[in-house]
Design a protein around this ligand. Structure first.
Ligand SMILES: [Ca+2]
Ligand SMILES: [Ca+2]
Ligand SMILES: [Ca+2]
Ligand SMILES: [Ca+2]
Length: 302
């Protein structure tokens, strides 16, 4: 990686909620995530969603067929944009972005989508028109839940970004995914390598080598039979970090730069409470072309 130059820009803290947050009939949200909770029970899933303030929309306290999939859930702690002229922009997800609401829509009868939109604004304190132009961008965060246990995790990136830095940027997005398979603890991390599922004993990260399991998976977390499989988007140039869970390691509103590599310190990751981080490097987000990085998750034996 090229040497990053810290570019600190004014932060927009104005939150404008257009349209209503989900407010489906529901019991009170879980205590640990008590603010801005939205609750959906549908298509075998039981899901809470909230806006974090710096890490995008978080889905949390997720169950499938009544069994826990994750507690603290999935967030995007950081997005980094790398330009050909060595200009690098990075910060927490919502820096300079205007949140414009969580929405839910059905995906036919087989699933549903939770999505949150964020628009870049050139004018501090002014609402964005959410129309990508030569200098703007617009993110749409999506979680697609399906009855059969698939969960597709996406980030739509619209607009070219700041094209005055030598051309098309590469978007580097981190998803923190705190799977808790049938509850925190007792979880194992495996990666598909050399034709079999291997079980690394210690924290590390692994590149998607394109040699995936027959079903297309590269990593999975399981306990010991119910499993969450991760199918990397083949154009993401993806990395997966397998880490031991610790409070404070990227779980809440991290407003400074994070490298999950810093959390790799020789701790064991088998039969314990783990966290997975998925990192996507996406090129070819050309002018006004949508690029949609993100992993596809599949639950089995729940
Ligand atoms: Ca477990
Ligand atoms: Ca592999
Ligand atoms: Ca560690
Ligand atoms: Ca966990």
């Amino acid at each position: 990686m090229t040497q990053a130059r810290r570019v600190r820009r004014p932060r927009i803290v104005l939150l404008t909620v257009l349209g209503s947050l989900l407010s489906l009939a529901a019991p009170p949200p879980p205590a640990a995530h008590a603010s801005h909770g939205s609750h959906v029970v549908q298509n075998n899933w039981d899901v809470w969603a909230a806006v974090t303030g710096s890490d995008g929309m978080r889905i949390h306290d997720v169950k499938y067929k009544g069994k826990t999939v994750m507690n603290s859930g999935i967030t995007i702690p950081q997005v980094r944009v790398l330009y050909p002229d060595d200009h690098v922009v990075y910060d927490h997800f919502e820096d300079q972005l205007l949140f414009v609401g969580i929405q839910k829509e059905n995906l036919g009868t087989t699933g549903f989508r939770l999505k949150a939109r964020y628009c870049f604004s050139n004018l501090i304190g002014q609402p964005s028109d959410c129309v990508p132009s030569n200098t703007t961008y617009d993110y749409l965060q999506r979680f697609d839940f399906y009855s059969d246990g698939q969960l597709w995790v996406w980030l739509e990136i619209h607009g070219p970004g700041l094209m005055n830095h030598g051309g098309e940027p590469t978007y580097r997005i981190w998803w923190r995914m705190d799977f808790d398979v049938t509850g925190a603890g007792g979880d194992y991390i495996q990666r598909w390598n050399a034709g079999t599922w291997q079980q690394p004993s210690l924290e590390s990260y692994w590149q998607d080598d394109g040699n995936n399991s027959p079903s297309g998976y590269e990593w999975r977390m399981l306990d010991p039979s119910p499993a969450v499989h991760v199918d990397p988007n083949s154009v993401d140039d993806a990395l997966f970090y397998g880490l031991l869970f610790h409070t404070g390691e990227g779980d809440t509103n991290a407003a400074s730069e994070i490298y999950p590599t810093n959390y790799i310190n020789g701790e064991g990751i088998q039969n314990t409470d783990n966290v997975g981080w998925y990192r996507a490097d996406r090129d070819h987000c050309n002018n006004f072309t949508v690029c949609i990085p993100g992993p596809r998750l599949t639950l089995s034996n729940f």
